[in-house]
Design a protein around this ligand. Structure first.
Ligand code: SF4
Ligand code: FES
Length: 275
């Protein structure tokens, strides 16, 4: 469940010897991102609770002269917290992880470029290449798509299937999903661009998810198919001020134009009345 956190009191944290302001309880990785301090990460998504799955965001925490490793996406800012992001131990840990990810997702340009940025261009591990892999041999099993689908959208259309080295993400039994809204949240959060989705005619096709097809709404003005039908209906139904039916049947662009036109006409009417 996503927990909304109220910003805590201002605190000072030290990253690589430099002091930064943060809110107490703020995720250290968020502080680093805000301050443009490079920490590689794959499974962190601000709209989801931190999970600590990819282990790439490790930093060293300095406490009373001792150091211990921690994932910066689960570490919370507290006054006096001191971390180091690029020690030899961290670099060694990252290199091994990058080698593992190069083997796990051998076709991912994102992983290849990220690893190369940290000086890792080869892997000693056996590359996992599967012919016809629905995720194009680009998935690192970070779980973000699964969590976005269930925790943000409440759909639960995809999940981890199989175990151990055979673990993959897909729909149950590789069958087209009836629970998928075709919202594309999974595509948006995937750090390796592994998920394929395409609008084909009147359907959105979630190619990676067993070719699940979701019908799209068609704009009554321009004829364009523009958004998953059920999803847009449920969003429109939840608006505080409901849209008139003839406006609700338009795509966002035509809707905007129509509303602007209505306002201009209403303005003219107003002026005519008062003139
Ligand atoms: S498809 Fe993308 S988001 Fe989903 S587990 Fe694989 S890498 Fe993560
Ligand atoms: S981003 Fe922290 S463990 Fe993945």
């Amino acid at each position: 469940m996503i927990q909304q956190k109220i910003p805590g009191k201002p605190v000072t944290v030290t990253i690589n010897g430099k002091k930064y302001r943060a809110n107490e309880g703020e995720i250290l990785l968020s502080v680093a991102i805000r301050e443009k301090i490079e920490i590689p990460h794959l499974c962190f998504e601000a709209s989801l609770d931190p999970y600590g799955a990819c282990r790439l965001c490790m930093v060293e925490v300095v406490r009373k002269g001792k150091r211990e490793m921690a994932t910066s996406c689960t570490l919370r800012a507290a006054d006096g917290l001191e971390v180091l992001t690029d020690t030899p131990e961290i670099e060694k840990h990252r290199s091994i992880l990058f080698e593992l990810y190069l083997a796990e997702a051998p076709k991912s340009d994102v992983i290849r470029d990220m690893a190369a940025h940290y000086g890792v261009t080869r892997t000693r591990f056996l590359k996992r290449i599967e012919q016809g892999d629905p995720l194009g041999n680009k998935c690192v099993l970070c779980g973000l798509c699964v969590r976005a689908c269930s925790e943000i959208m409440g759909a639960g259309a995809i999940n981890f299937i199989n175990r151990g080295p055979y673990t993959v993400v897909n729909t149950p039994y590789y069958a087209p999903s009836r629970d998928c809204f075709g919202c594309g949240a999974c595509v948006r959060v995937c750090p390796t661009n592994a998920i394929e989705m395409e609008d084909v005619g009147a359907d959105r096709v979630m190619k990676s998810w067993s070719d699940t097809r979701v019908p799209l709404s068609q704009c009554e003005c321009c004829g364009r198919y523009y958004a998953p039908r059920e999803l847009s209906a449920s969003v429109l139904a939840r608006l505080d001020t409901p849209l008139k039916e003839e406006i609700a049947r338009l795509c966002p662009e035509c809707r905007g134009k129509q509303l602007a036109q209505n306002e201009i006409l209403a303005g003219r009417g107003g002026r005519a009345t008062h003139g």
